[in-house]
Structure formats: structure tokens, C-alpha cells
Design a protein around this ligand. Sequence first.
Ligand SMILES: *Cc1c(COP(=O)(O)O)cnc(C)c1O
Length: 349
Amino acid sequence: MEYNIAITAQADRQVKDTKNVPFGKQPTEHMFIAEYKDGKWQDSRIVPFHDLTLSPFALCLHYGQTVFEGMKAFLTDDKRINIFRPEKHYERFTKSLQRMCMPEVPKGLFMEALHQLVQLDASWIPNDEHGSLYLRPFMIASEARMGVKVSDEYLFMIVCSPAYQYYAQPLKVKVEDTYVRAAEGGTGSTKCGGNYGAAFYPSKLAKDAGYDQVIWTDSKNHEYIEESGTMNLMFFIDNTLLTPPLSTSILDGVTRDSLLTLAKEQGINVDVRLIRHEEIREALEAGKRVEAFGAGTAAVIAPIETIAMGGKHYNCYVGEDATMYQLQKALYDIRKGTAPDKHNWNYII
Ligand SMILES: *Cc1c(COP(=O)(O)O)cnc(C)c1O
């Protein structure tokens, strides 16, 4: 099916210098917007980036029907535009929308909107090996109605912002044993706005205590490890890549999936199972070499240097020859187009 996206905008081919702009402050020149009304998607368009007008009664402002995605576009080594795994992001977006009672976006519309917008604002993709264009599709309930109800009207939009990733400073984290990010049966496996709002307070307490972020544990007994901050969590111990299985309280990360796939290809043992934090502690106390890292689109991998558990600090391995860096490089090489893209992860425009 063809989608008719009205483009009332002109491409500006001047390459932008965005190197010193902090992440998320600088939008590109254009955005995509589509309205859902009367039970269907209405006209969609790409227009200059501008502020929205919303009624203070708009449902998204009160009852949390908001869902987002986060993915990136890169320039390959030979300067082609590459969006990384947009179809996988689309699938997850659809699952999040279902869980929040929001209307699905047809796949063709989602892909066409991304394609047209990234093509139009291509001069904003940093021409630099550390740079990318962060793409943020999102949907909000826009019906002006103050009563608690499922909205009948929505806005689906895509905005973009240049992002740079320099050498990531290894993190100091603590295992959270009081607060929870997500409970079984809740919304933890979706990218809905409320999950992030609820995580700010425990994260702030951890920061005040000198940590970069928390390791979330299960909501029943704080016994099993779930995620770290807004990333999936992985370990490399005894020559095995370890990560918890997906559940209703763990987000299905595209980076997680990609790294597990690459590890298997490289002949690394992969073990996806429940992980008690006690088990990690025992390995560290036994003097084993333990690698721990967050996995997510923002940094691919975020190495963890120190973990606080039960009032003690433990050091993880962050040496240059760590396996996590080898996996990160394998992923970089596919995105740059310098390694074969066996799984069709690259969407080249
Ligand atoms: C987005 C997100 C991730 C990582 O997902 P990617 O698709 O790899 O970026 C992990 N956990 C949470 C809670 C997230 O919001």
C-alpha cells in the first residue's frame, strides 16, 4: 500500500556542525505528524519542526497514554544512509501501543514516514564515526476530555536529533533493593512514558549516594536481576554471555537481541536465564573475572566498573580486551557497512 505523505518542506543540503550540541537539545528542521480521528489515520505530513497546540484537557497530560521508540540513522563508510533495524523497532512500538490501548500505525506508514523524514533531514546525520541521528517516533492521546477514558484521538509523530557517542565512562551502579521499575504483569516491557517517570526518584536517590544508576531487581523479592537504568543488563562470566529472559517487566531491547545474535555467531556461549544477584556476588567474591554492561541504542554497550551489593563494592572487568567491546565492535562494523549484514538489519535509504 502506498502512503501519501504531504511534504511541505525543503531539504537543506548544508552539512550541519552539531558536535558540541548536547544530546536531545537540537531538533532537525523537520518532523512527521499524523492524526488519528474518527477511528482512522487521517492526513499525514512532514512539516518544519514546530511546537504543538494541545488542549489542557488532552488525555495524554493526565492519564499517561504515551508511547515512544528510539532508534538511530548512521552514515555507512561509503556515505549511504542507514537506519538500524527499523522493522524490529516497529514491532516493539506496536506491542507497546497494544498494551496502552492505543491504535496501531500501519507498518507501511511508519516505514515511509521514517524514510522520507530521514532523507529530507539527511544533512543532519553527523558525518563522523561517533555520530548518529537519533530518531524518536512517538504517540500521544490528544483528545480533549478530562474524564478517565481511553482516548479516541491521537497524534503520531517522528522527531530527530543529532547524537554523539564518545568513549563511555565505565559506570558505578547499585543493586536496588527497595524500589522497583516494573512489576510482573505491568508495563515494564513497553516503552510507555510512565515507566520513566516512575524510575526518576529511585535513580535520583542512587545519584545522591554517588552511583550513576541502579540495577533493577524483581518486584517480589529483589532477588533476580532485571535491567540497569534504561538499558538491558548483560554479564560475561566463565566464557558465557548471561542475560535474564524477556518477561512482562523487562524491555525487549533491539541491542540486546542484536548482541545475543552476534555472540552466538562468534561461538560465544549464550545463556538466557534468571540471574540472582547473589550469584553475581559469589562469582566476584570467588575472584572470577566478571564483565557487566548495559545494552541499549544510546551507547550500544555501557561498561559497568563497580557494583554495590549488600553494602559492599565489587569491581568488574573493563580491560580493553573485554568480550563486551568485541561484541560492540561487531555491531558497529555492521552498521558502518564494513562487515556483512547477514540478518538484514541495515535499512539503506
Ligand atoms: C529502550 C530501552 C532499552 C533498550 O532497548 P534498545 O532497543 O536496545 O534501545 C532497555 N530497557 C529499557 C527500560 C528501555 O527503555
